[in-house]
Design a protein around this ligand. Sequence first.
Ligand SMILES: Cc1cc2nc3c(=O)[nH]c(=O)nc-3n(C[C@H](O)[C@H](O)[C@H](O)COP(=O)(O)OP(=O)(O)OC[C@H]3O[C@@H](n4cnc5c(N)ncnc54)[C@H](O)[C@@H]3O)c2cc1C
Length: 346
Amino acid sequence: MPSSPLSSAQVARAAVAARLQGLMKDAGLSGHELAARCGWHKSKSSRIARGKTPPSDADIRAWCAACGADDHAADIIAASRNAESMYVEWRQIHRDGMRRIHEQTTPLYQRTRSFCVYASNVMPGMLETAGYTTGLLKAITAAFGPEERFAHHLGSYLSVFSADNFLALDDWQMWLRDGDTGFGIMPVRDNTELRIAFGFESAPLAHDLRDGTALRQLVVDKLASLRWKGTRLAEAARKAPDFYCDAMAQIRMDQWSRGRVTLLGDAGYCPSPLSGQGTSLALVGAHVLADCLAQAPGDHQSAYARYEQRMRPFVAFNQALATENPGGPASEESVAHAKNALSLDS
Ligand SMILES: Cc1cc2nc3c(=O)[nH]c(=O)nc-3n(C[C@H](O)[C@H](O)[C@H](O)COP(=O)(O)OP(=O)(O)OC[C@H]3O[C@@H](n4cnc5c(N)ncnc54)[C@H](O)[C@@H]3O)c2cc1C
């Protein structure tokens, strides 16, 4: 099986990083000392040494000079340019999306008579049947307890759905409030469609209202009673193929890990659309967890403990954005503080 252009590029970039790290060690310098000699922030030398950030030609020259190894610079610059050109090639291959790449393997798949998968510690995706997934999720719920124990209702519901652009909005958004409801309407897809986000204040709804049909009817009724475009909005909600509605709620847990299971993203610390940042928390959480696991090979307990320790403040500051100013946005200072409440350097 030929290796993908991406993995070759990663190997080449890692080789450059390893050579720079070697020079640093030979010179008896720590990453901080090297950064100080180059006049950089300490995180820059760490990112370059770990191959996370590709060094520029000037970075490599400064690095070699700081290590007293100027004569290595030209060679490492050539290797680095070679690695980066592989990334360019990989991006060009993918510029039209993944479809063409995937289709290339279709003939091989069609010719295949025997397909073997070896996985030492996880169930391969194709065997994750509905029964398996249900069992797995039940085991996780049993370990942590029912969701109701951790879900904190924030006093309102949010519905989102699409409609044709019956308002003829032309790159303009509309935001309105009407009593205890409010909505934002934005045109998308070259102004051919609308995305309508409709919020209404409400205590947690009774269970029988949580099924899709009853919830949609509730939203339709609320929209129909609006003073502005109520009938048209209600009709759009009734017909929308992508109708969504759920409570604004946060998941707050004292501990994200039990045994070998740990939670990340919405499962462990959903912040709600009121604060935004849910995708960032999920992606950053995945990055930090992977980093902690890599730093503690074979010791998931320490990795999970470190993951929680690093992520907790970031999660707390971001979740607090939803409750800081009820009915309005959090202050710009709080948003800036929350976004920067974590360094990705381990
Ligand atoms: C209306 C709305 C607007 C939002 N706007 C923003 C925004 O502007 N910016 C922002 O950063 N965040 C926003 N978010 C939040 C963001 O979408 C989430 O925080 C983020 O997607 C969480 O990622 P996740 O991977 O943890 O969970 P998810 O993205 O929910 O992924 C979980 C996956 O698990 C799958 N799954 C669930 N149960 C099962 C099962 N039994 N078997 C198999 N698969 C299962 C689901 O289908 C889903 O694909 C918004 C959320 C909502 C609801």
